[in-house]
Structure formats: C-alpha cells, structure tokens
Design a binder for this molecule. Structure first.
Ligand code: ZN
Ligand code: ZN
Length: 257
C-alpha cells in the first residue's frame, strides 16, 4: 500500500473540558479521532467513515454513539475502551453524574506496526497510565502540502494536570456558555503526525490520579514509544496546543530525558 499523500486535518474543540476531535481526510474516507460533546452536531454535514476513540474518558466519547448511529460508521478502539464504555457505573465511580451510551467496536486496535486505517498505514502505540486502553496513532506520509495553521485558545494542560479531580477540571475549564463553547481550526496537512489522546501534551502528560492511572507506566510508555519518534513529529493532543516530539523531549519536565 502506498502511503504517499498528505491528509487534511480539521480540529473541533468542544465539551466541558475543551477536548479536541480531529477530522482526517484519508485515501478511503474520513476518519474522526475522538468524539467530544458537540462533535456530532459540528460534523453533521460531513461524511465520517470511521471513528477512533483514543481512550474511554467521558470527554472523548460523549458523542461517540450518536456519531456512529448518525453516520453509520465503524468504530475502532482498544478492547479495554469498549469494556469501559459498556460499564454504566464507570463515570459514577469517577464522581461524575454522567452516563455514556455504549459503543461497540467494529475494529479492535492494539499495539501494531502497521494498521491500515482507511487506506493509510498507522502505527498504533498502547500507552496506558493515564487510562487503561489508551492508544496513540502515528502516521508518516512521504509528502507534505503547505497550508495555514491556526491555533485556538484552550484549557491549559497545566490546569488539567494540577486539578485534583475531574470536577476541579470541569470548574476550571468550564466554557463561558456551558455546552455551547466550541472552536475549530484547519491544521497543516499531515507530516509525521501523532494523535496523542491524553498521553502527551505540550509541556505536560495525562493525569494519572484517576482510577486506573499509573504515573510510572505513563512516563515509561511515553519515553520508550513516543520520544523515540523523530523530533519533527507533530503531536496533536486531546487538549491544548499542538507540539512536537523534539520540543517535548527537550523541555517537558515530566518526560524529558
Ligand atoms: Zn483522558
Ligand atoms: Zn481528555
């Protein structure tokens, strides 16, 4: 399979903790990475062929079932993510009065050097520690296109990390008009891209104090699997601004070597 293309990436940011979803145009269809609240409405007129969930936290999956139903698209995730989504009490145990509609996987994603996703080859990394079943997706197209890049204001990673509970995070990151705040941006097309979920952020890493979290596992996984990618690899995280592996390897106090 050829991997010589550059894909278009649109970013939607929505939900109570300003979570990013990435719409990626691939050779055989449109991929949506994560499904924060508001994503189904935002992408109402856009065909989506596959939804990938990076992990099971509520802010990444709130619109997942709606999107799968309305778009009649497949859903790809780690087996653990599917199990979490089927657990109606999961978010109540986090202290959140939220019930997420379960989504069944049509494709299970696990550690893999070459996973064909809509005609593109991705490397899948399992990086638990923030959440069991967390995955990152890496793609290395051979060519680039130039385009404009826009960054949006967001809920800083530091505030996510510093919070002692999701409720704290919710209050710190609450949008001005709850439930209606969303932003979007068209990002530069693909060139060594890592969809990082909540594993690695600009200047931070995913919090590990929630149930199922493990800081050592997280840091070890990031160092072994992600920081070994080329420095120019762009990291598109689940929250906050885009960064690169090179910047994080040098300056990120949590994981810098
Ligand atoms: Zn998370
Ligand atoms: Zn998140």
């Amino acid at each position: 399979m050829k991997n010589e293309f550059s894909f278009k990436i649109d970013r939607f940011t929505g939900g109570p903790v300003e979570t990013h979803a990435y719409l990626v145009t691939l050779p055989e269809g449109n991929l949506l990475v994560d499904a924060p609240e508001g994503a189904a409405d935002y992408f109402r007129d856009v065909p989506i062929d596959l939804l990938i969930l990076t992990h099971s936290h509520f802010d990444h999956v709130m619109d997942a079932a709606k999107i799968v139903r309305e778009k009649k698209c497949g859903a790809a995730m780690h087996r653990t993510t599917e199990e979490h989504l089927a657990d109606k009490m999961l978010n109540k145990r986090f202290g959140l009065p939220i019930e997420i509609e379960p989504v069944k996987a049509t494709i299970y994603l696990e550690e893999s050097k070459q996973q064909n996703i809509l005609g593109a080859l991705f490397e899948i990394f399992e990086v638990p520690g923030h959440c069991p079943g967390s995955i990152c997706l890496y793609n290395e197209p051979a060519t680039n296109l130039s385009s404009q890049s826009t960054d949006v204001a967001n809920c800083g990673v530091a505030s996510v990390l510093a919070s002692s509970s999701i409720n704290d995070t919710l209050s710190r990151c609450a949008p001005k008009a709850p439930g209606t705040s969303s932003t979007s941006a068209t990002l530069k097309p693909g060139s060594k891209i890592l969809f990082g979920g909540d594993v690695l952020f600009a200047g931070g890493v995913g919090r590990w104090d929630l149930p199922g979290g493990d800081g050592k596992l997280l840091i070890d996984g990031i160092r072994k699997k992600l920081l070994t990618l080329s420095p120019e690899t762009r990291v598109l995280p689940g929250h906050g601004p885009e960064t690169t592996i090179g910047i994080e390897a040098k300056t990120n106090g949590y994981v810098a070597l």
